[in-house]
Write a protein that binds this ligand. Structure first.
Ligand code: MN
Length: 201
């Protein structure tokens, strides 16, 4: 969590500190945070090994199995970050508005040659995650695969897998743009926060 804490001034941002007690859910969780910073992107986070392993997905997830979305790894975030929706002050790291776009639980589908499930930890470490998402907007199987070699080496690809929830026409990023927790749009979140600040002055 060193990277996470070093990038942030907790006197200025309301984001959770990275050195709180190590939490772990009975069923590991995921969260996708829509983040209107310098560039709008979607932060895809999976609970693995007591932390939120994180990727920035510029275009957001797709439910179309023929689409591969670039997922750029970012620093581990504390589990408590999954509940963060609000604004990060301008000038601070990641300054802008954060919305909880989707959340839920996950399970690993990745199997070894004997058909035994490979843990999320081992999958992450080998750069190949096969996971089922039980979210509100996203369900079913997604793969995250680390690219090795070439210009894009070190980045990952997020891909929907063929299953009952695959749908090439759904496009939830544009048709379901609001917070899955509060129903707010990005501008409603930003306005609410600014209003609160004014009241405190
Ligand atoms: Mn972000």
């Amino acid at each position: 969590m060193t990277d996470y804490n070093k990038k942030r001034d907790f006197n200025k941002t309301k984001e959770p500190r990275g050195d709180g007690p190590k939490k772990k859910h009975e069923k590991p969780i995921f969260v996708i945070q829509k983040h209107d910073a310098t560039n709008l992107h979607y932060d895809f986070r999976l609970e693995i090994d007591h932390t939120l392993k994180s990727w920035s997905v510029p275009k957001g997830p797709s439910t179309d199995p023929s689409v591969k979305r670039m997922a750029i790894p970012t620093e581990d975030h504390p589990i408590a970050y999954a509940d963060f929706e609000g604004t990060i002050p301008e000038g601070e790291y990641g300054g802008g508005t954060v919305m909880i776009w989707d959340n839920g639980t996950i399970e690993s589908n990745k199997k070894d040659e004997n058909g035994n499930i490979i843990s999320l930890e081992d999958s992450f470490n080998t750069g190949s995650i096969e996971v089922t998402l039980h979210g509100k907007k996203l369900q079913g199987k997604f793969n995250l695969v680390k690219m090795k070699g070439g210009k894009m080496s070190g980045n990952w690809l997020l891909m929907k897998q063929e299953d009952a929830e695959a749908d090439a026409r759904r496009n939830p990023v544009s048709t379901q743009p609001k917070s899955v927790v509060t129903g707010r749009s990005l501008s409603e979140i930003a306005e609410a926060e600014n209003g609160n600040q004014k009241k405190q002055e």
